[in-house]
Design a protein around this ligand. Sequence first.
Ligand code: GLP
Length: 247
Amino acid sequence: MRIIVCPDYNAMSRQAANVIAAQVIMKPDCVLGLATGSTPVGAYQQLAKWQQQGDVTFKDVRTVNLDEYRGLPGTHDQSYRYFMNTNLFDHIDIDKANTYVPNGMAEDVDAECAAYDERIQEFGGIDLQLLGIGHDGHIGFNEPADHFSCGTNCVELTDMTIDANARFFANRDDVPRQALTMGMQAIMQAKAVLMVVSGADKAEIIRKSFCGPITPEVPASILQLHPNVTLVGDEAALAGLKEEGLV
Ligand code: GLP
């Protein structure tokens, strides 16, 4: 695993954007696995800036997002489709028809999940998967459980995740209780993984994920088994790894 320690959020965002831009420059028709949450927003802004300057183009890139709330249409301002449009896709030269987010409004959830995995397979898998991390160690919306998920699936969100994401909604009651998420198979089969993390509140879960036992109770711990992980974080978020002597 490569660990890149940055002084602050802005530096972390630029480094993460560098890794993503390098992937796109080296393979212009690559498949990017993308993530939501507040952490990648700075990297998305940087990528948009570089694209507008002509340093990188996304015209042949295809993207698959990790997850979507169940029951929110793409037009809802808290849906992850809306997030991706407003934070990245609307600002770059990507063909939106080549951007995929699970359909949270699908009536047949199982069919939607199966089709999502089939599409990723048809694409030949993901070249670079971007990940954030939840305070409980979730990646995508793969919450702590007694087993690791496999394919794209519909999950019940934990109270911790509902609490954490309530800040984006008018009321905690408005936060959807379920989500569709890519499973561990597609994430682990990605050729490269880039995790971004920021803030002291993530230090303990990062320590557990990368220095603790590999367990579905800490979903991100499975990344210890991935051969090509780059972790880009600010000093506060990586403090636990420093204590463990990893950086
Ligand atoms: C959500 C997303 C995750 C993301 C997490 C952390 O739950 N489903 O993919 O990693 O939030 O978000 P943040 O970066 O805002 O801490």
